[in-house]
Design a protein around this ligand. Structure first.
Ligand SMILES: [Zn+2]
Length: 277
């Protein structure tokens, strides 16, 4: 596989809340849970320094705030569906919690979702297990996978109490199915994980919170996020995944890349560039 060859994923369907792509023999759907607005000070230069007047002009703001998409991703191998992250439900800001609408728009029956796996256990990724009305989001769920280093964090979420004992830890490097393999991408959180999805010679890295602000962090991957558990480690993981994607012509899918949040990564003179599909 060369990094330069002409490449695109076939888009099967799309709407305001979802986009479905074909990757070899499987499909991956980006599901839009919503968005969250964050202050500029969340961006951290090396040394944990916030930006002031020196904020680069390329940073896109909405009414003075950083607007982060919140996306989850469903992988359908024809038998059942694995969901990577679940959005916020009603546990945070009302601008999120649209995953059920996204699933219905994508014509994904929630009964087909048998595996839910988390990139990490922050609230905009895990609370969709329970709907706003208190019912289970995925009534036939058989596997609930949490990165091992974050099992206790998951079990500290009172709203998800009925799932505490059902959660199974997974190890980085563990394969979830024929097409899905996990990779450690620690830093943003202690167990932060990337899911490598491969079929028919194409590879997609569902990389969670590797990039929070796409208008800046591809170009300047050294810029970290205030909520990174370990900014230095998060930087190293970001650089490693960006290089992996750029040098191997992998597609990437990000929880906070502008919806649908799927595209390719290219090297530039100093950093990287994201090309959305
Ligand atoms: Zn997040």
């Amino acid at each position: 596989m060369t990094a330069n060859r002409e490449q695109a994923l076939e888009r099967i369907s799309a709407g305001p809340f979802h986009t479905t792509y074909k990757i070899g023999d499987i499909t991956v759907t980006s599901l839009r849970d919503g968005y969250v607005d964050m202050p500029i000070k969340r961006l951290r230069q090396p040394g944990d320094k916030p930006y002031g007047d020196d904020l680069p002009a390329q940073v896109q703001l909405v009414e003075g705030m950083l607007r982060l998409s919140v996306n989850a991703f469903a992988i359908d191998d024809g038998q059942d569906i694995s969901l990577i992250d679940t959005g916020s439900s009603n546990a945070w800001h009302p601008s999120m919690g649209f995953l059920p609408q996204a699933l219905s728009e994508a014509k994904i029956a929630v009964e087909r979702i048998r595996t839910v796996a988390f990139t990490h256990t922050h609230l905009d990724h895990i609370h969709g297990l329970i709907l706003a009305d208190g019912r289970d989001g995925f009534p036939l769920l058989s596997r609930l996978l949490v990165p091992r280093p974050e099992l206790d964090m998951f079990r500290a979420e009172a709203r998800l109490k009925r799932f505490h004992d059902r959660a199974q830890p997974f190890e980085a490097g563990q394969r979830l199915s024929t097409n899905i393999e996990t990779m450690a991408a620690h830093g943003h959180e202690v167990g932060h994980t990337c899911f490598r999805v491969a079929s028919g010679g194409e590879t997609l890295l569902i990389w969670g919170d590797t990039v929070h602000v796409p208008s800046l962090q591809f170009d300047r991957p050294e810029v970290a996020w205030e909520f990174d558990a370990d900014q230095e480690q998060a930087r190293a993981s970001r650089l490693r995944l960006l290089a992996l994607a750029a040098d191997n012509a992998c597609f990437v899918a990000g929880a906070h890349l502008d919806s649908p949040g799927v595209g390719r990564v290219f090297r530039t003179e100093k950093g990287f560039r994201f090309e959305p599909l």
